[in-house]
Design a protein. Structure first.
Ligand SMILES: Nc1ncnc2c1ncn2[C@@H]1O[C@H](COP(=O)(O)OP(=O)(O)OP(=O)(O)O)[C@@H](O)[C@H]1O
Length: 255
């Protein structure tokens, strides 16, 4: 479904070039829930953003359903990018639009037939159980409800992949569980592939099938969560798989 092959990305910064991704290779299969974990600054978000080429790699290839996105002309890339959708930590809803009109936005941008928009918007809001909030404005919603609207908006154009960047980091533990529940449902019922960047071990334990661990721009480890014979290499994976006590080596790893 998604194949990153030897992807590298360097940013120009005032203090010189910063290599955010170093020769990363990753294979994500259809219907996977794939976690990308690591300490702050490891390159997780940048790697996630290369999957739909929001971040263009300097080197390497990014295949989405067999098409190399790095080689596609702009128009074809924009079309192909619609197969992916993003969910962010801080929801990124438009406060001057109602819930209904927030979910409508990607449909307006993609030119989804006007007559069918309402039906599609309501379908998406039903998936996240928010039909009773269609006419509310985001400021009236809780954090969890805002994130569910963001998930409904992400689903609007029928993506095959959801790219989630710390989707539960800005909400309380109970709300976190609810958001993970909806992501799981979306994966199981709609077969949507989910790639999730997180620093929360509980998120990984709760929904991920597979995991990649990043350190300083490099993918240092990949494994299946249910592989009982797997011997973890890094502190993070040792904690994740219960082979080590949760040494809070950094404030950015929560168990
Ligand atoms: N647009 C940019 N310009 C310059 N440097 C950047 C840019 N985006 C990211 N970086 C740098 O690249 C490195 C990796 O950043 P990235 O956000 O991918 O890490 P991360 O693992 O997601 O961290 P966090 O968990 O803190 O969000 C960091 O040093 C960051 O400062």
């Amino acid at each position: 479904m998604i194949v990153l092959n030897d992807v590298s990305k360097t940013f120009d910064t005032p203090s010189g070039p910063l290599q955010a991704i170093v020769s990363a290779s990753l294979e994500i299969e259809k219907s996977d829930i794939y976690g990308i974990i690591g300490f702050s600054g490891a390159g997780k978000s940048t790697l996630l953003r290369t999957i739909n080429l929001l971040e263009k790699p300097d080197k390497g290839t990014v295949l989405l359903e067999g098409d190399d996105l790095t080689q596609l002309p702009r128009q074809q890339l924009l079309k192909k990018r619609m197969k992916t959708a993003m969910v962010f930590q801080h929801f990124n809803l438009l406060t001057n639009r109602t819930v209904f009109n927030n979910v409508s936005l990607p449909l307006e941008i993609s030119g989804y037939p006007k007559k069918q928009r309402k039906e599609r918007i309501l379908e998406c809001l039903e998936i996240v159980d928010l039909l009773d909030k269609v006419n509310e404005y985001p400021t009236k919603l809780s954090g969890g409800q805002k994130q569910r609207v963001a998930i409904a908006r992400a689903l609007a154009n029928n993506p095959k992949v959801l790219l989630c960047d710390e989707p539960t980091s800005a909400v309380d533990p109970q709300t976190k569980e609810s958001i993970l529940y909806y992501l799981k449902q979306i994966n199981e019922k709609l077969g949507i592939t989910i790639v999730i960047v997180t620093h929360e071990m509980n998120v990984v334990k709760s929904i991920c099938h597979k995991v990649a661990v990043m350190e300083k721009g490099t993918i240092v480890e990949k494994f299946h969560m249910n592989d009982k014979s797997y011997k973890p290499l890094t502190n993070i994976s040792k904690i994740l798989l219960g082979e080590s006590n949760p040494v809070i080596e950094s404030e950015v790893v929560y168990v």
